[in-house]
Design a protein around this ligand. Structure first.
Ligand code: CU
Length: 180
């Protein structure tokens, strides 16, 4: 009799490229692989208000993550977000103060400042541990992905996105194209 060995599921980085429908790179796109694995909330996530900008412009966090919004400018800023058709307004606050918000459901939160209409940013909330932000060429690397079937999703600031079923092998690669 052969002993029964536990199934070994190999995990490795999934690399790939995300392109827009016009063939250009989906720069700074958020790419994530939705499977059965649930993520843990991230800690110490900060979206800074500095030089009249939200930094970074695009963040990706897992469900349940609390995001801090410190004001590092000499002027008052305000943070309000549209998230799941609800609006949250963290109020106006000066330099040195910080407010926070928990993002408890997957989706896209649009951040704005009511004082400075040019300020905007996005928090993409994903319900999976497997995600990455693409570089300026649309290239991404998602570490530690077990081989298997996933729903691959891409979000891009242009409004283009995609959602398709993929099978990844250990250390495999993906080519994803978004559409309107
Ligand atoms: Cu502002």
């Amino acid at each position: 009799m052969l002993p029964l060995l536990p199934l070994l599921v190999l995990a490795g980085p999934v690399k790939g490229v995300a392109l827009l429908s016009n063939g250009r790179p989906a720069s700074n796109a958020v790419v994530f692989l939705q499977g059965d694995a649930k993520p843990s909330p991230l800690s110490n996530v900060i979206v800074d208000q500095r030089d009249h900008k939200f930094i970074p412009h695009v963040s990706v966090v897992t469900t349940g993550t609390k995001v801090q919004f410190p004001n590092d400018d000499a002027v008052f800023h305000n943070v309000f977000t549209e998230y799941h058709a609800a609006k949250f307004d963290l109020g106006m606050y000066p330099r040195g103060k910080s407010k926070s918000q928990v993002f408890d459901r997957p989706g896209v939160a649009v951040l704005m400042c009511s004082i400075h209409p040019e300020m905007s940013a996005y928090v993409i909330v994903v319900d999976t541990p497997y995600y990455a932000t693409a570089d300026s060429q649309g290239r991404f690397t998602i570490p530690g992905v077990p081989a298997g079937k996933y729903r691959a999703q891409v979000w891009h600031e242009s409004g283009e996105k995609t959602s398709e079923d993929v099978t990844v092998s250990e250390g495999g690669s993906l080519s994803l194209k978004t559409h309107r």
